[in-house]
Write a protein that binds this ligand. Structure first.
Ligand SMILES: CC(C)(COP(=O)(O)OP(=O)(O)OC[C@H]1O[C@@H](n2cnc3c(N)ncnc32)[C@H](O)[C@@H]1OP(=O)(O)O)[C@@H](O)C(=O)NCCC(=O)NCCS
Length: 184
């Protein structure tokens, strides 16, 4: 039996391993908005946030069960203790990941919450060694502002294969495919 003492994680260890949470000052009010990893207790609010936009075709609908199973993929933005935005990072292979489930509460839109959330997610992707992130979106101009460019979906064969596995037919899909290569 090993007699080695268990390693005790210090505060600085965890700071090194995890950049989050971070806080940015929202431009119009100067009030700090926190970006952190999602918690199980955030799931009902994330579900409500996504529901409205899913009805309008901006994001895919997600059940509570799906959100609980994938909660570790999510970052959230929190204002005054309330989750006001979410986004997820789905990893396809060691170098490719998808930005999904992006939703900012209507009252917070246009206040850089979406930008900060996606930028934090990209930092996390970089830390994993991801070289390219992509999204399927009706919000091409937003992603272009964040340095993404539009490509044909065929340029992401991993997504085409995943759609096939999940029985998703994009023949009538209006969404654009946008990618950002993460240069060093
Ligand atoms: C799209 C969405 C995530 C943007 O979030 P947001 O917090 O309102 O956007 P931000 O304030 O961070 O905007 C960031 C930049 O994008 C630009 N931008 C945002 N939405 C835009 C739009 N619809 N058209 C053009 N530019 C847009 C902003 O002007 C800003 O530019 P700048 O930072 O260079 O000045 C948000 O409007 C939303 O949740 N929409 C409904 C759900 C949805 O469409 N989700 C995307 C699924 S892929």
């Amino acid at each position: 039996m090993s007699t080695a003492a268990p390693r005790v994680e210090t505060e600085s260890d965890s700071d090194d391993a995890l950049r989050l949470p971070t806080v940015f000052d929202e431009p119009s009010t100067g009030v700090g908005i926190e970006i952190r990893h999602a918690r199980l207790s955030d799931v009902p609010t994330i579900a409500t946030l996504l529901e409205e936009y899913a009805r309008r075709g901006f994001v895919l609908p997600r059940t509570l069960g799906q959100l609980y199973r994938h909660i570790r993929e999510f970052l959230v933005a929190v204002e005054d203790g309330e989750v006001v935005a979410c986004v997820s990072l789905r990893i396809y292979n060691p170098v490719l990941a998808e930005v999904g489930a992006l939703a900012v509460a209507a009252r917070c839109q246009g206040r850089k919450v979406g930008r900060h959330l996606v930028e934090e997610l990209i930092e996390e992707a970089r830390a994993f060694g991801i070289r390219r992130v992509f999204a399927l979106t009706l919000q091409e101009p937003f992603f272009h502002r964040l340095g993404f460019r539009t490509v044909p979906l065929d340029e992401i064969p991993e997504k085409v294969a995943a759609d096939r596995d999940e029985g998703i037919d994009r023949a009538a899909c209006m969404k654009a495919t946008v990618v950002r290569d993460l240069d060093d």
